[in-house]
Design a protein around this ligand. Structure first.
Ligand code: ACO
Length: 434
């Protein structure tokens, strides 16, 4: 595993407050991003920083992923996402994220073999699934099952145990995902097949039945592989920060990933891809009028948002969305799926991209806008969309967990607050309360 190099401070910013002056060292990253180190702020001035949503807070130094939201740049370990999506495979990218360098042929082969040999779930998990309601959303099922893996693979956290956990997670995640789907539709689980590659194996576990074999279409498997690559990391987003925060307490990797899955489920994060399709279906049901829906999304008295539009970081375009738009066109032509939903999506995009409201707020289609349409074309059920995102994001979560654990300066995550509640008051006996 590569080690992280820390950026060093070369200059200072000066902060003056109530007669006290503090030099804040300016730490500059390899892409020249400056950050004021406020580590001594409170002890020197009594101040803390207030930044709800952490929009201006750097919580760590990281050598994994670089994003320039203004320029629409996303790179894993220095490699542009567009190039990785075109030329590499998901497992190659997973290795890259976790180890810092692209694998040699031998390393990749060994990694693939290792993952292939760990895809089976312990048979006792059957009873675990049986205990969950049939109509359970697959995301909490995934989070619960990943958390439960910690009960099957206990042990002191040695480097060997951590490495085994990484392989187990990457290998078993598609199996768990497919089992959660099969459980929800009442079909028997399909066992993993060692002869199949990562994505083909997942598709087979999803769609094969004891009565009928499933022939994996290489076009479908390739599109899925590309989707996983595009989702593999996105630096300090909500779920990755969650994984780091949980891991910072020295909780184990299974627990941290389970928490990350929970964070990803939210509709403002990974849940948006499901919401995009639900929005398109709603438009189709109502009257198919994309223009009217855009008007609602702009109306401040209406809580409707255009799902799949806007991003906290990308204010120009989302480079992943650009790749996926092309994949979407290619796939829909190749598979010959005519989709009313795709037509509505295209119209929605056209209307929003030429509308002053969206232009002035720099709201562009994000990765979720197209991924939902592609998953639909691939035959993935809507409630599994966010699970697909979790499968893709797994190596990124793991890479950040490992980076944090290996950082000798790592401290438990513990933000502060500005308290706005009642000041000191005496306890009021119950007969004296209004
Ligand atoms: N539709 C309509 N208006 C929007 C949208 C949208 N999708 N997104 C933002 N806006 C408006 C807001 O109402 C606000 O308007 P105002 O300035 O007049 O008050 C302005 O644009 C800024 O919005 P914020 O919510 O402050 O932007 P923030 O950076 O906090 O949120 C977010 C980003 C959560 C992604 C937001 O754009 C959103 O809710 N989008 C829809 C959900 C979505 O697609 N999420 C997936 C994100 S990608 C991912 O997680 C992989």
């Amino acid at each position: 595993m590569s080690t992280q190099t820390s950026a060093t401070a070369k200059t200072n910013a000066v902060l003056t407050y109530e007669g006290k002056t503090l030099n804040l060292p300016i730490v500059v990253g390899t892409e020249n991003e400056p950050a004021a180190d406020i580590g001594k702020l409170r002890s020197a001035t009594g101040l803390i920083t207030l930044d709800p949503g952490y929009g201006n807070t750097g919580a760590c130094q990281s050598a994994i992923t670089f994003i320039d939201g203004e320029k629409g740049i996303l790179r894993y370990r220095g490699y542009p996402i567009e190039e990785l999506a075109e030329k590499s495979s998901f497992l190659e990218v997973a290795w890259l994220l976790m180890n810092g360098e692209l694998p040699t042929r031998q390393e990749l082969e060994g990694f693939r073999t290792n993952i292939t040999r760990h895809t089976l779930l312990h048979e006792d998990f059957r009873r675990f699934f049986d205990a969950l309601p049939k109509d359970a959303h697959p995301m909490p099922v995934l989070a619960a099952t990943v958390g439960a893996l910690a009960t099957f693979y206990q042990g002191p956290e040695t480097e060997k145990h951590l490495q085994d956990t990484v392989i187990r997670l990457l290998a078993k995640m598609p199996t768990i995902a497919a089992c959660s789907y099969k459980h929800s539709i009442g079909q028997p689980f399909v066992y993993p097949q060692n002869r199949l590659d990562y994505c083909s194996n997942f598709l087979n576990m999803m769609f094969a039945t004891p009565c009928e074999e499933y022939e994996v279409d290489p076009v479908v498997a390739h599109a899925l592989d590309q989707l996983l690559i595009l989702h593999a990391d996105h630096e300090q987003n909500c779920s990755t920060s969650t994984v780091r925060l949980v891991g910072s307490s020295q909780a184990n990797l299974f627990a941290a990933i389970s928490a990350g899955i929970g964070a990803l489920w939210g509709p403002l994060h990974g849940g948006a891809n499901q919401q995009v399709i639900e929005m398109l279906e709603q438009i189709e049901r109502e009257d198919g009028n994309a223009d009217r829906f855009v008007a609602r999304a702009k109306d401040k008295n209406d809580t409707t948002r255009l799902m799949g539009f806007g991003h906290r970081v990308y204010k120009n375009y989302d480079p992943r969305a650009k790749v996926l738009r092309e994949t979407c066109d290619r796939l829909v032509n190749k598979l010959d799926v005519s989709s009313k939903l795709l037509d509505i999506a295209r119209r929605l995009e056209e209307v929003a991209l030429s509308d002053e409201y969206f232009i002035s707020r720099k709201l562009y289609p994000n990765v979720d806008f197209y991924s939902g349409v592609i998953y639909k074309a691939l035959g993935i059920p809507t409630n599994m969309f966010t699970v697909m995102f979790a499968m893709g994001r797994l190596p990124g979560w793991i890479a950040h967990f490992m980076e944090m654990r290996r950082d000798p300066d790592n401290r438990i995550g513990r933000p502060r607050q500005v308290y706005t509640g009642a000041t000191l008051r005496p306890y009021l006996p119950i007969d004296k309360r209004g």
